[in-house]
Design a protein around this ligand. Structure first.
Ligand code: ADP
Ligand code: MG
Length: 248
């Protein structure tokens, strides 16, 4: 048994092979409570696969992932969600025909099912939480709008909101600002920094200007391994990082 850790997330010696190809190769990565960590790296570096492993979507070939000192490596996806790990994929998956409010409502734990099952009470507590989150994701004035009418950026925010109503302790976002306008990116930076005050956040991002705005620490992944870890300045001034990533 590994010794106890104060880290929220402790990934040690993690490897996954796809037909002999190691997409993640002996990776060790620690995330603190309350940290906002950005993972960058060229296409195919293994970034999304790391999130797949943490969320239980992909099972590792070797190594361990501990969350609050609990071994989650072999747990199923819904069990991992229940422990407080929320994950947003690259493409938004919201319910187009439901309103902003309803999308947030069905994401509430023990909330209404997609078919609107009876028995679910729209209690004051639920409504209060939905309004708090809607405010945070800049959609408080659009609660009654059908989700399909939102802009691309607003849809991304809504999906982040659908995670936030569940109050996860760790949120993982895969390229959240892809396709957003410059203004939406700035607003998203504010949103993410605010989010990270109450929880840990792991973000995969390509846009370096955006990373510079939000990151405490940056991890550069390359060929399934950590190439460099540090502040944005440290990472950007590293010659190897420049060579494999920032150069182009
Ligand atoms: P990134 O997100 O950094 O661009 P990915 O984690 O998506 O990279 O992919 C890393 C490598 O692993 C790529 O070469 C990709 O083709 C491969 N890969 C990812 N998932 C699978 C899978 N389920 N089966 C086979 N190969 C995969
Ligand atoms: Mg990816």
């Amino acid at each position: 048994m590994p010794s106890n850790t104060d880290f929220l997330l402790a990934i040690e010696d993690l490897t996954v092979s796809f037909d002999g190809f190691k997409a993640v190769d002996d990776l060790t990565l620690y995330v603190d409570k309350g940290e906002l960590r950005v993972i960058i790296g060229p296409n195919g570096a293994g970034k999304t696969t790391v999130l797949d492993l943490i969320s239980g979507k992909t099972k590792s070939s070797a190594g361990s992932i501990r969350y609050n000192n609990k071994e989650i490596t072999k747990m199923r996806e819904h069990e991992i969600v229940r422990l407080g790990i929320g994950r947003k994929f690259q493409t938004p998956s919201i319910y187009d025909k439901l309103t902003v409010f309803e999308n947030l409502e069905i994401s509430y734990p023990q909330g209404r099912s997609i078919n609107g099952s009876l028995g679910f009470k729209r209690t004051d507590k639920v409504v209060k939480r939905i309004l708090e989150v809607a405010e945070e994701i800049f959609l408080i004035d659009l609660l009654d709008l059908e989700a399909e009418l939102l802009s691309h950026g607003q849809k991304q925010w809504l999906e982040i909101g659908m995670l936030l109503v569940q109050d996860p302790e760790l949120v993982m976002l895969d390229e959240p600002v892809a396709g957003m306008t410059a203004k939406e990116r700035d607003e998203t930076a504010i949103l993410l920094k605010k989010m990270a005050k109450e929880r840990s956040v792991i973000i995969i991002e390509h846009d370096m200007d955006f990373v510079a705005k939000i990151a405490d620490r940056v991890t550069v992944l390359h060929l399934g391994k950590i190439l460099k870890e540090g502040t944005m300045e440290e990472v950007q001034s590293d010659p190897t990082v420049k060579e494999v990533y920032l150069g182009h």
